[in-house]
Design a protein around this ligand. Structure first.
Ligand code: SIN
Length: 511
C-alpha cells in the first residue's frame, strides 16, 4: 500500500502531525499497541507558552536556554517560544479543554520558569485530555490507523527512505507500506530504567529504527530524572507533577526538615536536575529510600480540584495527600537526546523525518525545562508537515556531522541475553542520576555483550528489548565519553562543566 504520509507513533506528535497532514494527502498512522497507549496520556503538568500578561517569548526563551546548560540550539528555541501561542490555539481548536479561571486561561508554575506559564487541562490530566481529543478526531477523519503494528525497518529506494517494513504484533505477519514522507514520532526510551514515569511502550523504537537506517542520533547521555515519583510499597510508579511544587509544596525528610533551600536559592523550584540530585544526595546520606512532598498547607478542596488524578490515585492507595505528606523519589522521565533533526524535522536520512521525544533538535540542550516537551512536539510536528509541502523537501538538507561516531560492532560473547528487568537494573545503577567512569565502563561492556547475544527479534517483546539494548548502549557510551557534568548528566569524577565539552555527541551507524 502507498500513502503520502506514513506516521509511526500515536502520541501527541504523531496524532497532531497526522491531523495536519490529512489536509495534504493520504495518511497512515502506525502504532505498535492501541492508539491511546503512549506517554502523552501520562503528562500531568501541562504545556508551556508565554501567554500571561507579564510574560513574553523572550522570557520563555531565556529560561529555556538557562535550563539547557549551554547546549540549547538558539534558533530552535526561538522557534519553540515564538510559535507556542499559535500551536496552543490549534490544540484548543482540536478540542483540548484548557482550564480557565474567571474567563482567562489558568497558568501554573513549574521549576526554573521565571513566570507562571503552564497551561493545563482537567487540573493534572493535561496529557490524557490532549491524547483523547486528538485521537478521537483522528478516528473520525480519513486517516488510516493501523494498531498493533510495529515498525521494524526503513526501506530505501535511490538512497532515500521510501517505505517501512512492519510486523503485525497479533498475527506476526509482515507488511511493507510505501510513503512519500516517513515521519518517526515514536516517543522516548524511559523503559531503559528500573524506576520510570514512562508508559510500558517507551522502548526507544524511533531512535533504534533511525540509527539502524543510518540516521544520526544525538545527545543520548542526557536523560532527565523527574524528582518526584510516588514511592509507596507495592504501588506502581506514578508521577507527582512538578506543578505540586509550583503550588508551594515543600520537600522534607523523614524528620520533617525542609532541605531544598540549602541546595539552591530557588529551593523546590530549582531545575529538575538540581532537585533530583539533591534528593539523591539526601537519600544516600540517610540510607532512606524516599523523601516527602508536603502540600498539606493548601485547603483540601483546592488540592483535590487542582490535582484530581494525583489526589484520587493516592487515596485509592490509602494516602490522603490533603492530610499527609507524599512519599517520593526520583524516576527516569524524559530523553533530551534522539534522532538528530534540523528545525524542519528532517533527519540526516533523505525522506525521513522525526518529531516528538524520539527527535533531537537540541531545543532542550542538556536539561529540559518543565512542560516544554508537549510544546516541542506540536511546534516541530507542524514544521515537518510544512516542509513536506515544499518542492525539495526531505532530501537530506541536514549537514552530516563529520565527527559523528559509530558504536563498535558488538563482539561474540558467551553472555546470555538479558531480560528487561536486568537491563533496567543495570541502567538505573550504572548509568543513572550520578555516574562514574568505572560503572559506566562496565555498563558499556555488558550492553555490548547483550547486544550480540540477542537473537534476531521476531515479535514485539523481542523488538522492544533489542531497541532498548541499542538505546542503552548509545546512552552509556555517550555518558562515558562526556567527561564533565552538564545539565542532567552528572559525573562524580568530573563534577564541573568543561568548556571543551560544550558540544554534542553524535552517533551514526555507517555499517
Ligand atoms: C510534570 O507534571 O511534572 C511533568 C511535566 C513535564 O515533564 O514537563
Amino acid at each position: 500500500m502507498r500513502y503520502d504520509y506514513i506516521i509511526a507513533g500515536s502520541g501527541i506528535a504523531g496524532l497532531y502531525a497526522a491531523l495536519l497532514a490529512r489536509e495534504h494527502g493520504s495518511v497512515l498512522i502506525l502504532t505498535k499497541g492501541s492508539i491511546d497507549e503512549c506517554n502523552t496520556r501520562y503528562a500531568q503538568g501541562g504545556i508551556a507558552a508565554a501567554v500571561g500578561p507579564d510574560d513574553s517569548p523572550e522570557l520563555h526563551l531565556r529560561d529555556t536556554i538557562a535550563a539547557g546548560a549551554g547546549l540549547v540550539d538558539e534558533e530552535a528555541a526561538s522557534i519553540l517560544v515564538s510559535e507556542a501561542a499559535e500551536r496552543i490555539r490549534d490544540l484548543a481548536r482540536f478540542g483540548v479543554p484548557f482550564d480557565s479561571v474567571d474567563g482567562a486561561v489558568a497558568l501554573g508554575r513549574e521549576g526554573a520558569h521565571s513566570q507562571a506559564r503552564i497551561l493545563h487541562a482537567g487540573g493534572d490530566a493535561t496529557g490524557a485530555h490532549i491524547e483523547l481529543s486528538l485521537s478521537s478526531l483522528a478516528r473520525m477523519s480519513q486517516i488510516t490507523i493501523k494498531e498493533f503494528c510495529q515498525v521494524e525497518e526503513i526501506v530505501f529506494e535511490d538512497g532515500a527512505a521510501a517505505a517501512v517494513e512492519t510486523l503485525d504484533t497479533r498475527t506476526n505477519t509482515r507488511e511493507t507500506f510505501e510513503g512519500r514522507a516517513i515521519v518517526l514520532a515514536m516517543g522516548g526510551c524511559g523503559q531503559l530504567y528500573r524506576v520510570s514515569t514512562n508508559s510500558e511502550v517507551a522502548t526507544g523504537d524511533g531512535v533504534a529504527v533511525a540509527y539502524r537506517a543510518g540516521a544520526e542520533v544525538m545527545d543520548m547521555e542526557f536523560i532527565q530524572f523527574h524528582p518526584t515519583a510516588l514511592r509507596l510499597p507495592g504501588v506502581p510508579v506514578f508521577l507527582i507533577s512538578e506543578a505540586v511544587r509550583g503550588e508551594g509544596a515543600s520537600l522534607i525528610d523523614a524528620d520533617g526538615r525542609r532541605f531544598m533551600p540549602s541546595y539552591d536559592e530557588r529551593a523546590e523550584l530549582a531545575s529538575r536536575d538540581i532537585v533530583a540530585r539533591a534528593i539523591h544526595t539526601e537519600l544516600a546520606a540517610s540510607g532512606a529510600d524516599r523523601v516527602y512532598l508536603d502540600i498539606t498547607h493548601l485547603p483540601p478542596e483546592k488540592v483535590s480540584a487542582r490535582f484530581p488524578q494525583i489526589y484520587r490515585y493516592c487515596l485509592e492507595h490509602g494516602l490522603d495527600i490533603t492530610k499527609e505528606p507524599i512519599p517520593v523519589s526520583p524516576a527516569a522521565h524524559y530523553a533530551m537526546g534522539g534522532v538528530r533533526t534540523n528545525v524542519w524535522g528532517e533527519t540526516t536520512v533523505p525522506g525521513l523525518y522525526a518529531c516528538g521525544e524520539c527527535a533531537c533538535v537540541a531545543v532542550h540542550g542538556a536539561n529540559r525545562l518543565a512542560s516544554n516537551s508537549l510544546l516541542e512536539t506540536v511546534v516541530f510536528a507542524r514544521r515537518v508537515v510544512e516542509r513536506t509541502l515544499e518542492e525539495e523537501n526531505g532530501r537530506g538538507t541536514v549537514d552530516r556531522t563529520p565527527s559523528a561516531i559509530a558504536l563498535s560492532q558488538p563482539g561474540p560473547g558467551e553472555t546470555p541475553p538479558p531480560d528487561r528487568p536486568e537491563l533496567q537494573a543495570l541502567m538505573w545503577e550504572q548509568v543513572g542520576i550520578v555516574r562514574d567512569e568505572q560503572p559506566l565502563r562496565q555498563a558499556t561492556v555488558a550492553l555490548s555483550a547483550w547486544q550480540s547475544a540477542l537473537p534476531p527479534p521476531s515479535d514485539r517483546p523481542g523488538h522492544e528489548l533489542a531497541n532498548l539494548v541499542l538505546c542503552g548502549r548509545l546512552t552509556a557510551e555517550a555518558a562515558l565519553l562526556r567527561e564533565e557534568s552538564r545539565g542532567a548528566h552528572y559525573r562524580r569524577d568530573f563534577p564541573e562543566p568543561r568548556e571543551e565539552w560544550r558540544r554534542h555527541i553524535v552517533f551514526r551507524n555507517d555499517a
